[in-house]
Design a protein around this ligand. Structure first.
Ligand SMILES: *[C@@H]1O[C@H](CO)[C@@H](O)[C@H](O)[C@H]1NC(C)=O
Ligand SMILES: *[C@@H]1O[C@H](CO)[C@@H](O)[C@H](O)[C@H]1NC(C)=O
Ligand SMILES: *[C@@H]1O[C@H](CO)[C@@H](O)[C@H](O)[C@H]1NC(C)=O
Length: 287
């Protein structure tokens, strides 16, 4: 399409959206937190519709602009998905913190323009159940993702694709009962993975086969009764493992592990119950 025609089409589309009332303006408060210039939302309401035309306004502090915003905070709000406008408006955001805000999902390509993000924290949302395909694609500098204390049940196999710098992934206290085999396979720098307090029943032996740098693994308080025999084969640097509170280990199970041989031996009861790992996973959820 010729640029002029494209422009006219866009203009008509925008005009139609506005005419239909499918447009919403949200206002952020700009403040400093320590040395970080922040855009903060509190009590924000955005309709649960990804087609809305969202614009972000608000008065910057003197001498500052959108490019100076390093932190974005959304607390006690009503926002069902990640607004892409957060990152097109503030391309230099390093920390994104959303909590108790009615979040339901991380949609596909939610972080496509968040190339400078280092830390994402999305916690305390009982409505939060699904992470869609390629949800984090584009946020290549991400080092820490905290998704604990939600109600997450569905994580698509490609949800964490592209996160080769990610070191810390916190998924504890959710409702995860199934993890696709390759869900963590992009995470070649992963240092710490917390899956404790979920509903996992089995660990596929290929689940962590690409996470050579994993140092700390917490899977306590699930319902695990079977672990693939080669589950620990590629975890050369694993130094901390907590598997207490699962079905195939008892409460006196040792937490600090010295060698993978010791792990293999002490987990012998977990290898005795071969199970098929697939149980009615609903892929429709992402469509
Ligand atoms: C959030 O917004 C939706 C409409 O998008 C509304 O139905 C719901 O009641 C709101 N929830 C709260 C807690 O305000
Ligand atoms: C391991 O998990 C159990 C809960 O099942 C907890 O009581 C214990 O403190 C944990 N151990 C360590 C060293 O964190
Ligand atoms: C707990 O399990 C370990 C090995 O997994 C075993 O050596 C120990 O005897 C068990 N303790 C009890 C109280 O069953």
């Amino acid at each position: 399409m010729k640029p002029v025609i494209k422009f006219i089409c866009l203009w008509i589309l925008t005009w139609l959206e506005v005419a239909n009332g499918q447009s919403v303006d949200i206002v952020c408060s700009y403040i400093f937190i320590g040395s970080q210039y922040m855009c903060s939302f509190y009590g924000l309401e955005v309709p649960n519709n990804e087609q809305y035309h969202v614009t972000i306004s608000g008065d910057h502090m003197h001498g500052f602009s959108d490019y100076n915003v390093q932190r974005l905070q959304v607390w006690s709000s009503n926002v069902s998905f990640v607004l892409p406008q957060f990152f097109t408006k503030f391309p230099n955001v390093e920390v994104f913190d959303i909590r108790s805000s009615g979040l339901e999902r991380i949609q596909s390509n939610a972080f496509m323009n968040a190339g400078n993000l280092r830390i994402v924290s999305m916690i305390d949302d009982l409505e939060f159940i699904a992470i869609y395909p390629n949800a984090f694609l584009g946020a290549t500098k991400l080092e820490t993702i905290s998704l604990n204390d939600n109600n997450i049940q569905f994580i698509h196999e490609s949800a964490f694709n592209g996160l080769t710098s990610l070191k810390f992934l916190y998924l504890q206290n959710n409702k995860i009962s199934y993890l696709p085999t390759n869900v963590f396979s992009s995470l070649i720098s992963l240092d710490t993975l917390d899956l404790s307090r979920n509903f996992l029943t089995t660990l596929d032996e290929r689940l962590l086969s690409n996470n050579f740098r994993l140092f700390t693994l917490s899977i306590e308080s699930n319902q695990i009764s079977s672990i693939g025999r080669n589950f620990f084969s590629n975890l050369f640097e694993l130094l901390f493992l907590n598997l207490s509170g699962n079905e195939c280990v008892n409460d006196s199970w040792v937490v600090d592990v010295a060698s993978s041989n010791e792990i293999r031996q002490s987990l012998f009861p977990c290898y005795n119950y071969p199970k098929t790992s697939f149980h009615g996973y609903n892929h429709e959820i992402y469509s």
